[in-house]
Design a binder for this molecule. Sequence first.
Ligand SMILES: Cc1cc2nc3c(=O)[nH]c(=O)nc-3n(C[C@H](O)[C@H](O)[C@H](O)COP(=O)(O)OP(=O)(O)OC[C@H]3O[C@@H](n4cnc5c(N)ncnc54)[C@H](O)[C@@H]3O)c2cc1C
Ligand SMILES: O=C(O)[C@@H]1CCCCN1
Length: 386
Amino acid sequence: MSSQDYDCIVIGAGVQGSFTAYNLAKNNKKTLLLEQFVLPHSRGSSHGQTRIIRKAYDEDYYTHMMEECYQLWSQLEKEANVKLYRRTGLLVMGPEQGDYQVFKSTLERNKVPIVILPREEFSQHIPHVNLSQGNAALVDTTAGVLYADRTLKTVQGQFQKLGGVIKDGQKVIDITPGSVVTVTTVSGVYRAKRLVITAGPWANTLLSHTGLQLPLQVIKINVCYWREKIPGSYNVQHRFPCFIQLESEEAKHHIYGLPSNEYPGLMKICYHTGAETDPDERDRQTDRGDIDILQRYITRCFPGLVPIPAVVESCMYTVTPDNHFVLDLHPTHSNIVIGAGFSGHGFKFGPIVGKLLCELSQGEVPSYDLSPFRIRRFQAHSKSAL
Ligand SMILES: Cc1cc2nc3c(=O)[nH]c(=O)nc-3n(C[C@H](O)[C@H](O)[C@H](O)COP(=O)(O)OP(=O)(O)OC[C@H]3O[C@@H](n4cnc5c(N)ncnc54)[C@H](O)[C@@H]3O)c2cc1C
Ligand SMILES: O=C(O)[C@@H]1CCCCN1
């Protein structure tokens, strides 16, 4: 084995690649984590200060995975002596008869502690918010905020402490599959027995070197922050929760928000979709249709916010047709593992995705049933659509 050889190479140091590399190093695998940009960076999907963590989901399998995932987040906090999670609760609001009932049943079935907020008591619990006509509301009390940038710094730091190697500013430009995979970057050539591709919005660019393309759509999200009219009204210190407003007539996708925290006096509220973009041309995508929807919603439901965004940042989603992740082996090269298509909700799963991709790369039986995340679901889908 030459010094350039590794047990495993992971391409992409976003949240998923960083947790995967960390798990591999914990399992004593000689691991190289390659990143195209100089770290830390804000050009992918994992940057920014905060993300929501919650057990409130439509599907039982996500709620199940979150049970263990909360423990893994807490283990990492202890191991690195750093605070990554702050409990705030998650307010779920939605038309009484729609998806809201599915969320509620999943939470109840899985015995997640929730509080139902009857309309007449709503404003007493959640001041400064108007519950839309015909909407119901509950709080997933286990939910909260994850500190995103701090997470990446922590996981990458722990990986290095375990002997892992990070090479940033090294864009991968070629992959040659084989029993030993060769990975060529702008400044080096590396070999490994196994490869994990966690390249976020660039997944298909990298997969093209392996003869595979996935049905992924890259979407630019305008990350909007809105100013409090009275400072503190929606502040994390005043126990204001995260929220999700489920689809309604007015907005065909979720609207979600996090209490003011990172920028004093500004609350983050975004629309759960945006316009398609080339990940390398993100800044040329200037569609603001989502901001119009948010302005109307904020005027009506968050009267304590100025309905003009004070700060607009950007981030990208990589979306699959069914919004479920891709966690699988490459269909023709079994020593290549793929983690992709996190569809705008993957951050909270970082610790468990890292564990699963590590298991897959080592040929172990994964800890969870991965059938919802298999690549072959897309083939079945396109066949049945014919
Ligand atoms: C606005 C916004 C809000 C979100 N809110 C939430 C939330 O509240 N809760 C939640 O759980 N999730 C949330 N998400 C989703 C979550 O952030 C993503 O699912 C997650 O960050 C995806 O991580 P990733 O590692 O797959 O991708 P990325 O973070 O994009 O990482 C991929 C990495 O691969 C690198 N790379 C690509 N190509 C190459 C190459 N050729 N050579 C070397 N390196 C390469 C990239 O530079 C990048 O660093 C949100 C996402 C956005 C954008
Ligand atoms: O993953 C999450 O929890 C959030 C919720 C709403 C949509 C964006 N992502």
